[in-house]
Design a protein. Structure first.
Length: 279
């Protein structure tokens, strides 16, 4: 098991770079490693290119976020463009060694479902999640980084671990598992807008998704109760639900996830990180 202090030393502050002023027009801060991110400031409404592809646009105040997936390559070129003005920075993305996690005792239907009716339900629920993950709300709620969603917890599974479920190799675990007593209050780590709040999901159980702006969406799985609804505006520290063990879970815990568009990120890396102030 991993405690909070070990997590911070291994993946938190040590992975966060200080502000880097690449040139006039672009400032960057963040965790430049696999599963990490960059928070940037540039000209208001400038287009933001990642490795030559336009993926997002800066907010009205010039802030933006870019994510690096678990298997991100060794470098990323961040470029901003507004009219004839351009600025860019080549980032070195540090590799990370992800652990292996073995989980036994799961209901077989949550590991290798085969019943046609269940497969149809899973497909229906997948479409609901895809719709929520497509949210692109024009806010900059990510700008002050995140706080922890639980006041007290034990890390029971590290983010990005390669999982073996009931003896069957599975896709990497894109969540940070935080064990806590059943019913423990879950708090929003940052302000945002709820884009999904649904109980009874086959894999996730009680699931809530919050859009923090520009497609940065945090996820809260296995809840026993949910206290927010789709469309609600939530604020850092606000209660959004309670710890449960619904869906594919063997004990009470929060599986905390984060996505930026189609990229899976480690949410703990955003703890306490702020966007650059100047360009």
């Amino acid at each position: 098991m991993i405690d909070r202090r070990t997590l911070l030393l291994a993946g938190g502050a040590a992975a966060v770079a200080g502000p880097v002023f690449a040139q006039d027009g672009l400032s960057l801060n963040g965790a430049w490693r696999q599963g990490g991110f960059a928070l940037g400031k540039t000209w208001p409404r400038a287009l933001v290119f990642v490795d030559g592809e336009a993926l997002t646009a800066a907010s009205a105040s010039g802030l933006f976020v870019v994510g690096f997936d678990r298997d991100a390559p060794a470098s990323a070129r961040i470029e901003t463009r507004l009219g004839s003005r351009t600025a860019q920075r080549q980032l070195t993305i540090a590799p990370h060694q992800f652990p292996r996690a073995v989980v036994n005792g799961l209901p077989p239907s949550t590991v290798e479902p085969s019943d046609p009716a269940l497969l149809a339900l899973i497909q229906e629920q997948s479409a609901l999640k895809q719709h929520a993950f497509a949210s692109r709300i024009d806010t900059e709620d990510f700008k002050d980084g995140f706080a922890w969603p639980l006041d007290a917890y034990r890390i029971s599974s590290a983010w990005g671990s390669q999982r073996v479920l009931n003896g069957t190799p599975a896709r990497p675990h894109y969540g940070l598992d935080m064990a806590a007593p059943l019913g423990t209050v879950i708090k929003a780590p940052a302000s945002g807008t709820v884009v999904m709040a649904r109980a009874g999901m086959h894999f996730e159980g009680g699931l809530t998704l919050i859009d923090h702006g520009q497609g940065l969406i945090s996820c809260y799985l296995h809840q026993s109760a949910q206290s927010v609804s789709v469309g609600d505006r939530v604020y850092r520290g606000q209660a959004i639900g309670r710890i449960g063990m619904t869906g594919r879970a063997t004990g009470p815990h929060l599986c905390w996830r984060l996505k930026w568009r189609d990229r899976n990120l480690d949410p703990s890396l955003l703890i306490g990180v702020q966007s650059p102030i100047t360009i």
